[in-house]
Design a binder for this molecule. Structure first.
Ligand SMILES: NC(=O)c1ccc[n+]([C@@H]2O[C@H](COP(=O)([O-])OP(=O)(O)OC[C@H]3O[C@@H](n4cnc5c(N)ncnc54)[C@H](OP(=O)(O)O)[C@@H]3O)[C@@H](O)[C@H]2O)c1
Length: 220
């Protein structure tokens, strides 16, 4: 769902995009429809033929900037299969959340408090410039959030590399229409945004829609 929305938005801006998956043929044969687009991956791909599909290693090799839109449990395995050499020195925009749905709803966090998935990725791949962001909004709102939910929207970035964070903040503005982006600090601050998910999930239940966001109101 996230991958499709990000890939379509980037392709619409004229970027060359490849979406990674474990097995291209099996992914195209899946009959499961994505909630956001109500299309199977094959149907979506027919509507977005400019987005190439490849295995994770091919997508990582091609990408100057890489988005991690994998299931939380799959994040490290997907990056392992992408290959360290294909990741080294690149920016990874990490959208994943450590959500565990194995006991049903609401999900729990399988990493929290003293660690985060963003940190685990950064520790495992020290050559990667991990910037955690976009994980606190539903996929529908990742691109031009004002269009679906009017008003102001706040987004957060966390990461150790200042230049990478500045570039990602600019990408968020230029590619996806974000205006209020708060730099929380180094990658350990991803603990804070990943731990927003429990309240996010309960707001979803209370509001009966995933189309909402947080706005941080401050003085001055
Ligand atoms: N959905 C949202 O609105 C939303 C919003 C904010 C953040 N997020 C976070 O963004 C991430 C993506 O969410 P999503 O809903 O778009 O999709 P998802 O169903 O959580 O993840 C799909 C992706 O995960 C990969 N994957 C799953 N298990 C794997 C494994 N064992 N090894 C390697 N790769 C594996 C899949 O690869 P294949 O293609 O090979 O199956 C696919 O690329 C999640 O971490 C989620 O928490 C989602």
């Amino acid at each position: 769902m996230v991958g499709q929305i990000i890939a379509s938005a980037l392709a619409a801006k004229g970027h060359s995009v490849m979406m990674g998956t474990r097995d291209v043929r099996m992914t195209l044969e899946r009959d499961q429809k994505t909630a956001a687009t109500r299309l199977t991956l094959a149907e979506w791909h027919r509507q977005n033929p400019q987005v190439r599909l490849g295995i994770f290693a091919e997508a990582a090799a091609l990408g100057e900037v890489i988005f991690n839109a994998t299931n939380g449990f799959g994040a490290l395995p997907a990056l392992e299969s992408a290959g360290e050499a294909n990741l080294d020195g690149k920016i990874l925009i990490d959208i994943s959340n450590p959500l565990d749905f194995s006991q049903g709803m609401p999900p729990t966090l399988f990493i929290s408090n003293t660690d985060s998935l963003g940190e685990q990725i950064q520790r495992r791949f020290p050559g990667l410039k991990v910037v955690k962001t976009l994980n606190t909004v539903n996929a529908y709102l990742m691109v031009n959030p004002q269009q679906l939910a009017g008003g102001d929207h706040t987004l957060f970035v966390s990461g150790n590399d200042l230049e990478a964070k500045a570039r990602v903040t600019q990408y968020l503005r230029d590619w996806f229409g974000w205006k209020d982006v708060i730099d929380l600090g180094d990658i350990t601050t991803a603990r804070g945004t990943e731990m927003l998910l429990p309240i996010w999930v309960r707001l979803w239940g209370a509001l009966q829609t995933p189309v909402f966001n947080f706005k941080v109101v401050r003085q001055g």
